[in-house]
Structures are given as structure tokens and as C-alpha cells.
Unconditional design. Structure first.
Length: 375
């Protein structure tokens, strides 16, 4: 009888090992991801998910941090990274705008695997006495060099109040981490970012303190001005993050960050297994940071999002019963927009081979608006 139980136990163990081996084989044995700087929300969440993938699937992941949008995208486009944890630069890259209006860039063929609902606002040092967006006038506002994803949001928030960079003292920092640290170091009075960057908790505990500047949800004129700069935001009342709680919320912007991005030609089965792994290992990382629980697949795997979803991701969501005809229509329209822009970019470069720099960016923006208007 004991031998029977022992044999049964051994057989069960073998099957468990084989099952785990089969699961591990679903993901590549190694992967490289890019993300924001160490200490950023994007890097912290990428690290937590990488750790979960290692535990669940024995997959080794190298995360390459970069303080600029180009630094996060170049390895992905060149094939040196498999996935990138991006923010709004994914939208800019598919539109060929800001840093991506250079001849060597233009609209990029990117696809979303999933993207966590996130928020974005204006943290300020409490001792700077900034209570409204109008109070930012004349104050030191930290920007990040080469990071249009952050900077355009900050410009849009200023536009909400009828301000521009000319109305504030815009202080440019070389990396996202440096900009976030500038408040506690008294090198800036406010910045624009997500709510759970580690440097903001340091600010909260510092002698300066932290205050989130209110972005009123009911200011229709303000939202109209903002949408002229970047029409990708919604209002959100946030309770998670440095200086925030259920008792002390703040009105800010809602968007997707991080967005897990792959190139369009990434193998469909691999992307399918990636999002499946993201979903099935959720319990291993869901408590790693204050907001990472928002990676729940029913929220992160559906549109609207900055770029079209990858077919591998769509297949998984369909199997889960979480992908609707309305979502497919959204994705088809977003893909049609990207394809039209890619064709228009190629046509412009072929027609004017000597066009470079600001002249190219201006000509492309005019052409881009024509294409979008015709869709």
C-alpha cells in the first residue's frame, strides 16, 4: 500500500514537472525589455513582471533602462530588444511626430500587447504654494530632455490653464529620474508625472512636502485647450500614489502607462503566449507596487490605447471572451490610420529627398493632418 502511494506520488511529481516544463517552453528562455529609468513607475512594474515570469516560467529577462523616448524605442526597432515598456511616445512614434519626425524615423509599425490604465498629474513642492494650474506661472517646472511623452503632457496641462512654457521657468533635466528628484533637491517647484514614482515618496517625506495641483474635471474650456495639444486624455480622480489617499484624492489625467509594445512583425504565437503569461502570473506581481493591480487583463488588454493591438494579443482576449466587435472596429480604424500615415510619409520622402529637420517636421505635420482629416 505504501509503495502504491509512493508510486502515485512520484507519477504526480513527474507530471507536475512536465507541466511546468511545458509552461516554461511557452515563453522564450531569455528576453530583453526596455523601460524608463530605474526608480520610475514603468521600470518598477517591468521588474515585478519580469520577476513573476522568472518564477512561473523560468524565463530570464534583462531590462534596459533609458531616460529618453528614443533610447527606449531604438533597441526595439533595431531588434536588440523584444518588448518595450512605453508611454505616450508609442503614439508619437506611430504618428511620426516630435522626436520621430526625423527622416530616419517617421511612423513606426508598433503594436500593443497590453497597457495599464494610469494617471498623470502635476506634483509640486508644498512649500511652493502652488494650488491651481494658474499658480504655475513664473514657477520652476521640471521637463525631461528628449522625452516628448512626458513633455507634451506637461505642455497640455499648461494649455489647460491658458499657459505655455513661456509663462513658466521651464528647467530641462537630462533624464526622467533627474527631473523627478529635482523637487526634493529644490531645483524645481513642480513637474509632470505619474503618481507612484519613487522620488515622489521622497518628496512627500522631505521638508518641502508634496501637493498635487488640481486639474478640474468640469472645466470644459480647459479640457478643450488641452485636447488641442494632445487629444488622448480623460479626467480621473486618483487616490493611489505619493500624497494621495481615499481621504485626499486629486483630479488629474487618465491614460495608459506602461504600454507593453512589440513590433508589428513579432511572431503572433509568441505575443499570444506573452499576454497569456501576463494574465496567468498576475497573482505573483499584483501587489508589487501601489498601482500594478491595474494590469488585470480585462482592463489592460482592451482599447482605447495609443496604438493598434497585436494579433497575438487580440487572439488571447477573444479566447477569454473579453474582445468585442466594437473593440475590433476600434482596432481596425486605428490600424487603418497607421497604414495611411506610413504611406503618406514614404510618399513625402520620395517626393522631396532633400527635406530635413524643422522643414520636414512642418511639412509632415501639414500632410499628417490632411491624412487624418480624410479618414
Amino acid at each position: 500500500m505504501k509503495r502504491t502511494h509512493l508510486a502515485t506520488g512520484l507519477i504526480s511529481t513527474v507530471f507536475a514537472v512536465l507541466a511546468n516544463t511545458a509552461s516554461a517552453a511557452e515563453l522564450p528562455s531569455t528576453m530583453t525589455w526596455t523601460a524608463y529609468d530605474v526608480g520610475s513607475q514603468g521600470h518598477s512594474e517591468a521588474s515585478a513582471i519580469a520577476d513573476a515570469f522568472g518564477k512561473a516560467y523560468n524565463t530570464r529577462i534583462r531590462i534596459q533602462p533609458a531616460g529618453s523616448a528614443i533610447g527606449r524605442l531604438q533597441p526595439l526597432v533595431s531588434g536588440r530588444a523584444d518588448y518595450a515598456y512605453l508611454a505616450t511616445e508609442s503614439f508619437f512614434a506611430t504618428e511620426g511626430i516630435y522626436d520621430f519626425s526625423e527622416r530616419r524615423w517617421g511612423p513606426q509599425d508598433l503594436r500593443a500587447v497590453a497597457g495599464r490604465p494610469s494617471t498623470f498629474g502635476v506634483p509640486s513642492a508644498a512649500d511652493a504654494n502652488i494650488h491651481t494650474l494658474e499658480d504655475l506661472r513664473g514657477q520652476r517646472v521640471a521637463y525631461v530632455a528628449g522625452n516628448p511623452s512626458v513633455n507634451v503632457k506637461c505642455d497640455a496641462i499648461l494649455a489647460f490653464a491658458g499657459l505655455s512654457r513661456d509663462d513658466v521657468e521651464a528647467v530641462m533635466f537630462p533624464t526622467h529620474g533627474a527631473a523627478m528628484s529635482s523637487l526634493v533637491e529644490d531645483r524645481a517647484d513642480a513637474t509632470c508625472t505619474t503618481t507612484t514614482a519613487s522620488q515622489l515618496y521622497e518628496l512627500e517625506e522631505s521638508s518641502r512636502g508634496i501637493r498635487w495641483v488640481d486639474i478640474p474635471a468640469d472645466d470644459e474650456e480647459g479640457w478643450a485647450r488641452m485636447n488641442q495639444v494632445a487629444p488622448v486624455f480623460q479626467s480621473f480622480r486618483e487616490t493611489i500614489g505619493a500624497g494621495l489617499s481615499e481621504e485626499s484624492p486629486a483630479n488629474m489625467l487618465a491614460y495608459r502607462y506602461p504600454i507593453i509594445v512589440a513590433m508589428a512583425d513579432r511572431d503572433e504565437e509568441e505575443v499570444y503566449q506573452f499576454i497569456k503569461s501576463l494574465d496567468e502570473s498576475y497573482d505573483l506581481y499584483r501587489d508589487a507596487t501601489a498601482a500594478i493591480h491595474r494590469w488585470a487583463i480585462e482592463d489592460s488588454g482592451v482599447p482605447p490605447i495609443d496604438i493598434p493591438f497585436h494579433p497575438g494579443a487580440i487572439r488571447y482576449m477573444q479566447e477569454k471572451g473579453l474582445w468585442s466587435e466594437k473593440m475590433q472596429t476600434w482596432n481596425d480604424n486605428r490600424l487603418a490610420r497607421l497604414e495611411a500615415l506610413k504611406q503618406a510619409w514614404d510618399s513625402l520622402l520620395n517626393a522631396e529627398p532633400d527635406l530635413e529637420g524643422d522643414a520636414l517636421a512642418e511639412r509632415w505635420e501639414a500632410r499628417r493632418q490632411e491624412v487624418i482629416g480624410a479618414l
